[in-house]
Design a binder for this molecule. Structure first.
Ligand SMILES: [Zn+2]
Length: 71
């Protein structure tokens, strides 16, 4: 006997996510992105949080890739 499959509608059910549920995550990732942008774009010289050139050298290629002025 052949099995009968449940009828499919074709499209998966998409549950809407409210803006209130997304807002804390958007703020969190925004802050993380700003911190990354700081380390790639401004972590050197007088604005340096971590002394030495380690962070600068580590993100140096990304700095040039993104077009930040460097040297
Ligand atoms: Zn450079």
């Amino acid at each position: 006997m052949a099995q009968t499959a449940a009828p499919t509608t074709g499209a998966p059910a998409i549950t809407p996510i409210s803006l209130k549920a997304i807002a804390p995550w958007a703020v969190f990732f925004g802050i993380v992105m700003l911190i990354l942008l700081y380390f790639v774009g401004a972590e050197q010289g007088a604005t340096s949080v971590i002394s030495g050139a380690g962070v600068h050298e580590w993100v140096h290629d990304g700095r040039h890739l993104l077009g930040f002025p460097c040297h």
